[in-house]
Design a binder for this molecule. Sequence first.
Ligand SMILES: *Cc1c(COP(=O)(O)O)cnc(C)c1O
Ligand code: SF4
Length: 463
Amino acid sequence: MIRSMNGKNPRLQIYDLRNYRKIPQIDRLPDDLKFEMEVVARVLPFRTNSHVVENLIQWENIPDDPMFQLTFPQREMLSPDHFDEVAALVEKGAGEAEMARTVNRIRWDLNPQPAGQLEHNVPREDDEKLDGMQHKYRETVLFFPSQGQTCHAYCTFCFRWPQFVGIDELKFASREVESLIRYLEDNPQVTDVLFTGGDPMVMRAKNLSVYIDALLKADLPNLHTIRIGTKSLAYWPYKYLTDPDADDVLALFERITRAGKHLAIMAHCSHPAELQPDVVSKAVGRIRGTGATVYTQSPILRNINDDPDTWAAMWRRQVDLGMVPYYMFLVRDTGVQHFFAVPMVRAWEIFQNAYQQVSGICRTVRGPSMSAHPGKVHVMGISEIHGEKIIALRFLQGRNPDWVLRPFFARYDEEAIWLDDLEPAFGEEAFFFEKELAQLCEEDLPSGQWDEMESLVLEGVEF
Ligand SMILES: *Cc1c(COP(=O)(O)O)cnc(C)c1O
Ligand code: SF4
């Protein structure tokens, strides 16, 4: 039984480029800082909200405050050239058309997605592309419900932003879910569906239930786990407490677990500050009361959480709240992310140091790992073999499942950020999977073109 919460019912107040100067704490900032934010926010989507502003940011500590860094634009997110170009337009009060032309060109420059690559993961049936789905690893299908392609606030590091700056094609939920169900029926190896976005938990319970109840009604024996990737516990925990549909959300969660399916809330959690407010612990308590398990994951980000004590504190707090630490991810060095990327050797050192500080109960977490083209690659550690310093790696997920857990070794490189920065160790020509990967991709590659919608499906960022 879901007991209603009484008391205050805060309303989500969104702040973006149009109204952010109304935030009292912003109004007090120096004009040049406001100008810089405004310039960057012309290019990169900017959105924050009343909960983040009032409860998560320590304003006496800005601009260094990690939650400020996580949601407010910073000058260095743009290259100096791009910054100056947009700044000049803002200063001269350029018209909308001129601004849009420049901004779109810069966005295009920043788009980290090499054309064609995404085709590999979009499933097809009868040679028809199934939009709104991504299927890369055998067990798990990613599903992007069309009304879930936004978030309660935007993370500055996120490169899903192409989908926030204009979705041209909204489709009917019922049609999308029909093709998902058909796909699951035809692919009995799939056990997990991961609802992702944006943030599916921006949807009203009524809309989310269109998808979920249809899935439950289809009674698919192969479907074991429904996962929902969400940042709502950090950015809007009232979704589970006092929003008008809070009780309906929880009732929906309960229908999933009553149907005998595992409900995994994949909470995106980047800093312990997100978990501090009392409302978060209440929200997690209510979610767990439905029989769901809350798992946590985050990228490691420069200026936000690139320090071991932060991770150790975060995992401990998660365990206090009954959450299960799940993944630490690396971010790629492209587009805006150059600002946030932490080299993998450094990330591993931070991970190892944090891991040492916590008990085995927190050590359910895996990482650091990167969602690279061939698979999810785990940086296992630094070592030395026969006098050669190396980085040991392995796949946690692979385009070919047979690659999973096979250790492989790269030459030690303190600067390397991503898998393709690495060279094989011991004078080898190539990593063990490379030849096969090339073959797999050739076979996969459909004749087709890729269109902009496909930039919805991004590799290298995790949610
Ligand atoms: C990480 C990931 C998954 C899920 O992997 P798990 O290890 O099962 O959590 C599924 N699909 C894609 C594309 C992923 O990146
Ligand atoms: S990381 Fe998640 S919550 Fe943050 S902007 Fe990207 S999709 Fe939204």
